[in-house]
Design a protein around this ligand. Sequence first.
Ligand SMILES: C[S@@+](CC[C@H](N)C(=O)[O-])C[C@H]1O[C@@H](n2cnc3c(N)ncnc32)[C@H](O)[C@@H]1O
Length: 185
Amino acid sequence: MTQKIRYFQEGLKNIRTVGTISRSSPFLCRKMVGLVDFEKARSIAELGAGDGVITRHILPPMHPDAKLLAFEVLPQMSEHLHKIEDPRLIVVEDSAENIQAYLKKEGIDQVDYILSAIPFVMLPQELGLKILRACRVALRPGGLFIQVHYSLLAKKLYEEVFGNVRIYFEPINIPPAFVLVSEKR
Ligand SMILES: C[S@@+](CC[C@H](N)C(=O)[O-])C[C@H]1O[C@@H](n2cnc3c(N)ncnc32)[C@H](O)[C@@H]1O
């Protein structure tokens, strides 16, 4: 069975957690990763890494000394993350709201970027806010929170937590997607 079909099945089974039935397209992955300054970034977090489709776009341009913490709650997804052989990748099988505990464990004060595909629209609003507030604390000043969405319903969450949001659009994805970017000021 191909990974695409398996992703479709897991997406259907866990639609409220996964939020979609297909992984991010290469176009969408490149749009998100293109917002990262890899010359400067030394610590990056990825939330809702799934089977690693964005992870695999983040790692190649990453600095040799940089670290990537990839959070994923579903074991049937994170098993694919464990197959990526890269000593800079730390797979975290826990919810993103606990980001600070894992940064502390790795000796990281704050991260330069957070890339997220967590389906905030599907989560209870309180949990979404809890995750976003933890991410704001975890980001260094000037750091970016980069989030994929399939609608602009959750835009107000980013305005509330970060006080700013820029919006990009990627049509070549199923479904077409928005990339919302907030800066920690
Ligand atoms: C839309 S999928 C994205 C998968 C992949 N990154 C992509 O872009 O195709 C969202 C992923 O977020 C994970 N997820 C949902 N809630 C989460 C949470 N609180 N913490 C970490 N991961 C979570 C889901 O299990 C799912 O794999």
